[in-house]
Design a protein around this ligand. Structure first.
Ligand code: ADP
Ligand code: ZN
Ligand code: ZN
Length: 661
C-alpha cells in the first residue's frame, strides 16, 4: 500500500497536501521542513503528521525532494497550536505554519545561529527589588507556577505595579528552571522595558519583534527553542515561538488592538496565549489597566480569575479627571482658554504637561473657502490629511501622497484652508503661545527616523521638554513621572466612531493617557476637552472610572447582541468594481446551510466602501454560541471558495474581528 506524508505548503490550501516520502532514507518526522514540488515551483513546507495511507492514485502523487532538518523544528504541542489556530481562524494551514517560522527558515536556510549579532541579553538582577505591597503580593501568589493551567486577569490601575507582579512571578518560574514568554503590544516593546527586565532578572532574555533583521529573529527563535533563552519578550507573532521548558505566559496590555493581526492570518495573540497555556497546562497572566470587555466577561463567568490592583504603587495619588466644557468657550486653534490657562499654571509651577491628540498631520481636511471643495483621496472614500511640514496631502488609509494644490481644482480660488486639528497644528499653536517652553511632538511622523522615538522619549523623561504633545504613541505604557497635567484635546472624535468598539477604545485611551500623570510624588490632573460633557460615556468614565464604564458597556453589548455577549465573524470581500464584492457575498449567502442558529447580517458595503482603489463589502455573522459559528464556517467556507463569484473578488474571513470597518 502506498503511504503519503502530509505537508503544509504555502498557498491557499485549507489542509496539508500529500506527498510521497523521499526516495531514500526514513520518512521525515512531523515538524521537519521539506522541499517539495508545487505546480512548477519548488517550495519549503512542513511535515504535519506521520505517514498515512494514500487517498489519491499513486501516479498523480509527487515526491518529497529534500529533507531540510535532521530533527523536527516544531514539536507536537506547537504544531497542535498552529493546527488549532488554522481551524479556528479558518486560514490556510501553510500560511499559519509560515507565520510561526522566522523568514530564514521559511526560505529553507539552515536552522543554525547566523551572523555575529548575539540573540541574548544577559540579565544581571543588579537592581533592588521593591517590597511588594499587599495587593501585589496577592496578585503574584495567584500566579502559581507548576500548578497547572489558570488564566489570571490582573486589572491594575495605571502605575499600580503590574510589571512588578510579572517580574515576581517570572522570577519564581526562572528559579525552578522554567521559561517565560511575555507578549507585549507593538508599541510596548521599548528598550526601557527590556532594560528593566534585564536589571531585575538573572537569566537570558531573547527579544522578538518586527524591527529585527532576519538573522536576529532566527537567532532569538533558536534560543527560545533550544532553551538558551529564559525569558522571551516579543510582539504578537512571538506567541508561536517554540519553548523548550515553558512555565508561564504573560500578555501585557491585553486590551491592545495590535495583539490581533488585522490582515491575512487574523489571529489574536492574546486568545492564542490562553489556548497555549491550556494546552501546556501552565498559568497565563493577562494584565491591563483597561481590560478588554472580552476578558472582563470571561472573568465574570469564572473562566478567568481576577486580581485587582487598586492603589498606585509607591504612594502616588490617583489623577483627578475633569471634563472641560468647550461649548461657547473662546478657543485658539482648538485649545480652549481655560485649558491654555491651566497649561500655563502647571508650567509655572514647574510641572510637565502632556497633550494628547490621536490625529497626526496638520489638519484632517483641506477645504476650499470659496466653493467648499474638499481634497479627497482618489483611491479611498476618505479625505486627505494635510501635512504642512512636508507640504503634502497624505491619505492615512492607503498611504497615497500628493502635493498640495496651489488653487482649488473646482473654482480656481487660492483660499484653501486646513480644517480640524492634527498634532502638527497644535504644535505650531503651542509654539506661538508658549515660545520659550521646550516642546516635543511624538507621533508617527516625528519618529520616522530610526532611534528618533527613543531620543524623544529620553528628552521627555529627562524633563528637558516641558510640553509633550502626541498621539497614542505617547499614551501607552511609558512612565513620565514628572507629568502633572494631561490634556485630552478632543474626546469628541472617539464618541461617535462607526465601529461598535469605538467607545471601548476611547475609554481605554483616555484612561491610559490619564495614567501618565502624576505617577511619582506630584499629584496629577487630567482635563478632557469636549463639546459633549453630558455624554453618558464620559460621565461614567469621569465618575466611576474604567470599571464603571466597562460595566455599562458590557450591558450595552449584551442588549445589542454584540461581542462578547455573542460570537462574531465577518466575511469580507473586495474588488476593483463595485458590484463584484456584493455579488460574491450574495452568492455566499445563497449557499449558507439552512440548519444553523447563526445569524447573517448583510451583505452591506463596508463603512469605508472604497479603500486603496478597491470596493469593499461585508457580511456579518453572529451566534449565541461559539461552536455554532465554528461549525457553520467549517462546512460553509469550502462551498464559498468553490463559487464562480469567488474568482471575481478577493475574500477573507475574520473570526472575532477587532474592528468592523
Ligand atoms: P504598571 O506596570 O502597573 O504601570 P509598574 O510596575 O511599572 O506599574 O510600577 C509603577 C512604578 O511604581 C514603577 O516606577 C515601579 O518601580 C514602582 N513600584 C511598583 N511597585 C512598587 C512597590 N511595591 N514599591 C515601590 N515602588 C513600586
Ligand atoms: Zn473652490
Ligand atoms: Zn487613500
Amino acid at each position: 500500500m502506498t503511504e503519503t506524508i502530509p505537508v503544509a505548503v504555502p498557498g491557499p490550501f485549507t489542509d496539508p497536501l500529500d506527498y510521497l516520502p523521499p526516495g531514500t532514507g526514513t520518512p521525515p518526522l512531523p515538524g521537519t521542513r521539506v522541499r517539495v514540488p508545487l505546480g512548477r515551483r519548488q517550495v519549503v513546507g512542513i511535515v504535519t503528521g506521520p505517514p498515512r495511507p494514500a487517498t489519491v492514485a499513486g501516479t498523480r502523487l509527487k515526491r518529497i525532494q529534500d529533507v531540510l532538518d535532521a530533527s523536527p523544528l516544531l514539536g507536537d504541542s506547537l504544531r497542535n497550536l498552529i493546527h488549532w489556530a488554522a481551524g479556528y481562524y479558518h486560514h490556510p494551514i501553510g500560511e499559519c505554519f509560515a507565520t510561526a517560522l522566522p523568514t530564514r527558515l521559511r526560505q529553507g536556510r539552515e536552522a543554525v545561529v547566523s551572523g555575529r549579532r548575539k540573540a541574548l541579553v544577559a540579565g544581571n538582577a543588579e537592581h533592588p527589588v521593591p517590597e511588594l505591597n499587599s495587593e501585589q503580593r496577592a496578585a503574584s501568589s495567584a500566579i502559581a507556577i507548576q500548578q497547572g493551567h489558570a488564566v489570571i486577569l490582573i486589572e491594575g490601575v495605571t502605575g499600580s505595579g503590574k510589571t512588578e507582579v510579572y517580574l515576581d512571578a517570572i522570577h519564581r518560574a526562572l528559579a525552578v528552571g522554567l521559561q517565560v514568554l511575555v507578549i507585549v503590544p507593538e508599541i510596548g516593546l521599548t528598550p526601557q522595558l527590556v532594560q528593566r527586565f534585564q536589571q531585575r532578572l538573572a537569566g537570558n532574555m531573547a527579544v522578538l519583534h518586527s524591527g529585527l533583521s532576519d538573522s536576529q529573529r532566527l537567532n532569538a527563535w533558536l534560543a527560545a527553542a533550544n532553551g538558551e533563552a529564559d525569558v522571551i519578550i516579543g510582539t504578537r507573532s512571538a506567541i508561536f515561538v517554540p519553548l523548550a521548558r515553558p512555565g508561564l505566559i504573560v500578555v501585557d496590555e491585553e486590551h491592545d488592538p495590535s495583539l490581533k493581526q488585522q490582515e491575512g492570518f487574523r489571529y489574536s495573540a492574546r486568545d492564542l496565549a490562553v489556548y497555549r497555556g491550556h494546552q501546556l497546562d501552565l498559568p497565563v497572566v493577562l494584565g491591563s489597566a483597561t481590560p478588554s470587555l472580552e476578558s472582563l466577561a470571561n472573568a465574570e463567568s469564572g473562566r478567568y480569575q481576577t486580581v485587582r490592583l487598586t492603589q498606585r504603587a509607591g504612594g502616588a495619588a490617583p489623577p483627578r479627571l475633569r471634563l472641560m466644557d468647550m461649548r461657547g468657550q473662546p478657543t485658539i486653534e482648538g485649545l480652549s482658554e481655560p485649558l491654555i490657562r491651566t497649561v500655563r499654571e502647571h508650567l509655572e509651577a514647574d510641572g510637565q504637561v502632556l497633550l494628547f491628540l490621536n490625529r497626526r498631520g496638520y489638519a484632517p481636511t483641506l477645504i476650499c473657502h470659496e466653493c467648499g471643495w474638499i481634497a479627497e483621496c482618489d483611491r479611498c472614500d476618505a479625505r486627505y490629511t494635510y501635512h504642512r511640514g512636508r507640504s503634502r496631502l497624505h491619505c492615512h488609509h492607503c498611504d497615497r501622497e500628493t502635493g498640495v494644490p496651489r488653487a482649488c481644482p473646482e473654482c480656481g480660488s487660492v483660499d484653501l484652508r486646513p480644517l480640524g486639528l492634527g498634532t502638527e497644528r497644535v504644535e505650531s499653536t503651542l509654539q506661538t503661545l508658549l515660545p520659550d517652553t521646550p516642546l516635543i511632538r511624538i507621533d508617527r511622523d516625528s519618529t520616522r527616523r530610526r532611534g528618533e522615538f527613543e531620543r524623544q522619549m529620553a528628552s521627555a523623561l529627562s524633563g528637558e521638554s516641558r510640553l509633550l504633545l502626541g498621539t497614542q504613541m505617547l499614551a501607552k505604557g511609558h512612565h513620565l513621572p514628572a507629568v502633572t497635567l494631561v490634556a485630552v484635546i478632543d474626546a469628541d472624535q472617539g464618541l461617535f466612531g462607526a465601529d461598535f468598539r469605538a467607545p471601548e477604545r476611547l475609554a481605554q485611551l483616555v484612561i491610559q493617557v490619564a495614567g501618565r500623570a502624576g505617577r511619582a510624588e506630584r499629584p496629577g490632573e487630567v482635563v478632557i476637552q469636549t463639546h459633549q460633557p453630558e455624554h453618558p460615556l464620559l460621565q461614567t468614565l469621569i465618575h466611576g472610572g474604567y470599571p464603571a464604564f466597562a460595566e455599562v458597556a458590557l450591558a450595552e453589548r449584551q442588549a445589542a447582541g454584540l461581542p462578547p455577549a455573542r460570537s462574531m465573524a465577518l466575511l469580507r470581500a473586495e474588488a476593483p468594481g463595485k458590484a463584484a464584492p456584493q455579488a460574491f457575498l450574495q452568492a455566499a449567502l445563497a449557499v449558507m446551510p439552512a440548519q444553523t442558529s447563526v445569524e447573517a447580517l448583510g451583505p452591506y458595503p463596508a463603512p469605508m466602501e472604497r479603500r486603496a482603489g478597491r470596493y469593499r463589502a461585508q457580511l456579518m455573522l453572529q451566534a449565541d454560541h461559539r461552536p455554532a459559528l465554528q461549525r457553520l464556517l467549517s462546512c460553509w467556507l469550502p462551498a464559498i471558495g468553490a463559487l464562480p463569484e469567488a474568482r471575481r473578488a478577493r475574500w477573507s474571513v475574520d473570526v472575532d474581528p477587532a474592528e468592523t470597518l
